[in-house]
Design a binder for this molecule. Sequence first.
Ligand code: NAX
Length: 327
Amino acid sequence: GPSPVKVTVTGAAGQIGYALLFRIASGAMLGPDTPVRLSLLEITPALKAAEGTAMELDDCAFPLLAGIDITDDARSAFDGTSVALLVGARPRTAGMERGDLLEANGGIFKPQGEAINAGAADDVRILVVGNPANTNALIARTHAPDVPADRWTAMMRLDHNRALTQVARRLDAPVADITRMTVWGNHSATQYPDVSNARVAGTPVRDRVDQEWLESTFIPTVAKRGAAIIDARGASSAASAANAAIDHVHDWVLGTRDGDWVSAGIVSDGSYGIPEGLVAGFPVTSSGGSFQVVQGLEIDDFSRRRIDASVAELADEQAAIRSLGLI
Ligand code: NAX
């Protein structure tokens, strides 16, 4: 059969890692015909926990799982890798300023970018999940000058999937009938889930929801969903985040559905007035293994303001990491 694809997961012993690894190994991410070799990167104190997860992966006897390597060395974790899922990050703790958070994450994503640059496979594709995801992707990418810009992405797919479900519930429609959703900007409270072009079973969603519901219920519900999950579960989103990462890479590698698109954080080429180089949520399709921005959408005044506000936050984060010397 085909030779195994090396997939690197950082933060493998964390809660997203625990939900993610089994689905990768089962074939849910790269499809039922592609064997995978997993590379788990963790910090030294978490290596033992990663080994425990690897034992459980062994105990699943997944036919597609060709092997598991566990390391605390980024160079070896990314050597020859084709899919890099950067999940491990430094969380914001009480009283931490944004500068401290960005600096701590710079200490993680700079060396990981360098390691990817040094040793990843020529076809490497990177998804940054660890927050602040968009800006962590920008940090890592800056330190990997040999990796093309279109290989770097940040996860907006959980926000996208959350938005699909909120619209489906409101319209009492199956979630599979909702298409052409977009989440623009930053994976943060300023994100803009946008139904302007969304459809329900082919007809415009916008004809069936009012502006009041969009502004006072839909947008805040989607944007604050992460906090609502923490409040209810006592822990942050994990299985749904892992599922979104699976969806993101699956669609990137295997293609999006005809007539539909998804949301991904990609390196802006300046489309829709979003400054070139920022990693921002866009509507994208994928075919042949690369994301393309959906072009030509009309942006009304309300959408323009929302997109600009979230992009301004990304630009602020970019300025902050620049002044910290991280890019
Ligand atoms: P956990 O704290 O459970 O796991 C994180 C793991 O990363 C830990 O095991 C830790 O040892 C490891 N780690 C830390 N530094 C590392 C390094 N330098 N190299 C390798 N591993 C390292 O967090 P979890 O709940 O799994 O969440 C992981 C990240 O995803 C967080 O930053 C979180 O904020 C982010 N999320 C992003 C989402 C998105 O939509 N983009 C949604 C879910 C999630 O909140």
